[in-house]
Design a protein around this ligand. Sequence first.
Ligand SMILES: [Zn+2]
Length: 243
Amino acid sequence: MATRAASVRDAAIKTGETCATKLQDGLTTTTQTFAALMTQAEEINRDRAELGEEATLKLLTKCQANVRALCMVEAQQQAHKSSLAGLRTELPEEVVPAELQRVFAESLKKHTEAHASKADVDQRREMRRLRALMTGEAAEEGMDEGGDEGDDDVMMTQQTITNIKCPILQMPMRPSGDMRPMTPKTGHASSCVYSFQGISSLLKRGASCDCPMNGCNAKVLKGGLVEAKEMLKKIKEMEDDGE
Ligand SMILES: [Zn+2]
């Protein structure tokens, strides 16, 4: 029995490694698609006068939606890759085929959460460039790596939405309900803020979890969360502005 389990494990690892190689091809394709989309956007911008402002903005908005969707694809591919690459260390010594799927599904979920919380789509170079093209601030040639001025209306809106986004779920937080902002009572920076739903999903399996904020190494305790007052104020202000 032990031998059989070991061979199941070996076969799974081998298959996983083959898949990981294929996924790498997929990621390369994704990178190429990003580049193709950006070339398209630059061409649209070049033909701006001919297309007219309205059509240009429409087309660029479409590019933006495509880049956003592609970011999701990329995050999923990366999560898949991490899960597959981790099989060797994450698979138990003796694993039966029936368990394999569950182990992998759990691993994938964990990696997807990790990648999703790291991906700040709006701060991507591609998205920044598209915003610059849309606002007509892209008079200069080439990719603009410089700091955003943030004084434009479109930019402000984008920025504000980014600011009230739950870093775990990548969705705007709300003043109440499951998407309300929470923060650890002690031991974290005041910028460690996430939605109730998001942090709850990370705390499902234990009494504590690593703080999902980049650069924060503190633990988040299940009972140690309080309402994030500052963020709450910001969200309310923003929702008031929008109405
Ligand atoms: Zn933290």
